[in-house]
Design a protein around this ligand. Structure first.
Ligand SMILES: C[S@@+](CC[C@H](N)C(=O)[O-])C[C@H]1O[C@@H](n2cnc3c(N)ncnc32)[C@H](O)[C@@H]1O
Length: 294
């Protein structure tokens, strides 16, 4: 993947609440192109950057020679956070998760994350370790399971109709590309649904991506591990973009606070300012939650 621009969201707020200091270790669990990591490194803190996507992880040192010795890149899933920290002898002073995918995935991965491009139905963050593709889900999964993920991970109101249309179409020929899938979605939903501001394939694509990468399970595992490894006084920041992810984080933070393991740093969720949303519309659904380890 080439270096497309991914603008980091809530950057000022992340630096304010992480408050990194020279000599500290901050773990960036979702490194990507290093938008947040570069700003953390600029404070003099060391960054352990975890990135699941092998193409993005491999490109990082080439794209950021200036961060050599300041950001240690690990190509792995953050669900292995405890092992990764142990292997690098790091007890984190702060941990950041910036969930979801990046502009690099939409624009240059060639893996079918965007319904606006004609690409194979893949959607894997890590094609080297994950055998499940979006193509396998739409071509092989029972129609009820397809409908279930469209409801649970996409909150798609036409889940039943879309799942049925996919099941019918694949009896003739397997779906191969994003365009095949978009055409079927368009045939299954009412005309008014196709002419709204939100593209009628948005929720189906989101649901497939979440299922392919087991994103909700990963968040639950990663956040639990982060609470365990964090140094007392260290802060855990999670930026989520979907209701289901935000709910998992809220419940886990609540439990940690109730059990005396952590305290809330801000009473309410931190949201982007109007000015940030105007400059970077992708930030509009971002929600930042913060706890401090006791
Ligand atoms: C929203 S981007 C992060 C952007 C980054 N904070 C920045 O400002 O440049 C999320 C990144 O997390 C990665 N990712 C997704 N699931 C992951 C996982 N389980 N472990 C590690 N990285 C993951 C994605 O590949 C993607 O590059």
């Amino acid at each position: 993947m080439s270096e497309a621009n991914h603008t980091p969201v809530l950057l000022d707020e992340v630096i304010r609440y992480l408050d990194p200091k020279p000599g500290q270790w901050i773990v960036d669990c979702t490194l990507n192109g290093g938008g947040h990591a570069s700003a953390v490194a600029a404070t003099g803190a060391q960054v352990l950057g975890i990135e699941w996507d092998p193409t993005i992880a491999a490109a990082f040192p080439k794209n950021h020679p200036e961060l050599l010795g300041k950001v240690t890149v690990v190509n792995d899933t953050y669900t292995n956070l405890e092992r990764i920290c142990a292997e690098h002898s790091v007890v984190p002073d702060g941990i950041l998760f910036d969930l979801g995918l990046s502009s690099l995935h939409y624009e240059t991965s060639g893996r079918g994350f965007s319904f606006l491009r004609d690409e194979p139905l893949d959607m894997r963050f890590n094609p080297e370790t994950n055998p499940l593709t979006a193509g396998r889900i739409v071509n092989e999964w029972p129609v009820e399971d397809l409908e279930r993920i469209l409801v649970e991970y996409g909150e798609e109101q036409f889940a039943g109709q879309i799942a049925a249309a996919v099941a019918l179409a694949r009896r003739t020929a397997p779906l191969r590309t994003t365009t095949d899938l978009v055409t079927i979605i368009e045939s299954a939903v009412p005309a008014w649904y196709q002419h709204r501001k939100l593209h009628c394939a948005t929720k189906t694509f989101q649901a497939l991506r979440v299922a392919v990468n087991t994103e909700l399970e990963n968040v639950a595992q990663g956040v639990a591990a982060a609470i365990r490894v964090l140094k007392p006084g260290g802060r855990l920041l999670v930026i989520s973009f979907q209701g289901a992810e935000d709910k998992i984080v809220r419940e886990m933070f609540k439990t940690a606070a109730k059990n005396g393991v952590a305290r809330w740093v801000t009473r309410s969720t931190v949201r982007p300012t109007w000015s940030e949303i105007t400059k970077n519309p992708r930030s509009r659904s971002a929600k930042l939650k913060i706890i401090e380890r006791l």
